[in-house]
Design a protein around this ligand. Sequence first.
Ligand code: ADP
Length: 308
Amino acid sequence: MSKTKKLGEGTYAIVYLGQLKADPSSQVAIKKIKVNTEYRDGLSMDAIREVKYLQELSHPNIIALHAVFSSKNQNLNLVLEFLPLGDLEMLIKDSEGIRYGTAEVKAWMGMLGRAVWFCHENFVLHRDIKPNNLLIAADGEVKLADFGLARSFSDPYRPMTYQVITRWNRPPELLYGARFYSGAVDVWSMGTVFAELILRVPYMAGNTDIHQLELICQAIGTPTEENWPGVSKLEGYVGYEKAVTVPVRGKDFYLARFGTAGSVGVDLLMSLLALDPRKRSTARQMLEHKWWTTDPRPTAKEDLPKKG
Ligand code: ADP
């Protein structure tokens, strides 16, 4: 294996382009997880989790992990499928250069839904679904990446940390500090990605966790014991007795904002953004929704818009 050039740098890693010595025409991405920082322990645990789960998950909509090796200073290197065409966030933001409509959104959401369904079938929560973690392959396939926060949820009695998921995509149960949560956290994030694909700006972009909750109350409705039995027992629940309680938004509210997805598309969006995680649709129910068979049919992956 040899590194050829630097592809990019994130918070926890530097990514290089590489090729396998045995096959000089091959291209792989080598993700070198940064260690020797003050967060060393936390980061290396994230890295180990990423490795463990990615190696087990083989699916067309999940980034492939070819190999793992450690280099000097015990740096961890992941040899990943090379995905040169950027991510969904880049497409969403390029509203001058890239045009797309409901058929494209349907294709992307279908690929995301199948990736998440496959994770959940295998007892893995992704926990950081956002447009920036949806990478695009040369054939147009969207692949879920960055499993740094994923962990198995097969043991329902083991409390989990709630400081996961980038704020804008974080579900209300995590903002309230829930320690026992389920695949529904990823389903909420899929709902926020769906909304952002349609609007081409993040739907609920909070500056702080409190602000994020305020935006959820405005956009979805205020969580109460009536619409979400048990919510007031969550550690971080803020009582809204004195504040104005926003009733759960009805279909007309969504149609006014997301009407381009059609009435059936709006039904799906509302089922992903249900406040009570038990009422939220599951990834499987999402894939069984009638939106997929309603016109327009999803765009074929080779016809999807690409960067540049
Ligand atoms: P971030 O989460 O901030 O995007 P990453 O560490 O995941 O950080 O990646 C840093 C950059 O490296 C990305 O923005 C992207 O440009 C590039 N990159 C990451 N993974 C791949 C890959 N599998 N193939 C090609 N480029 C990649």
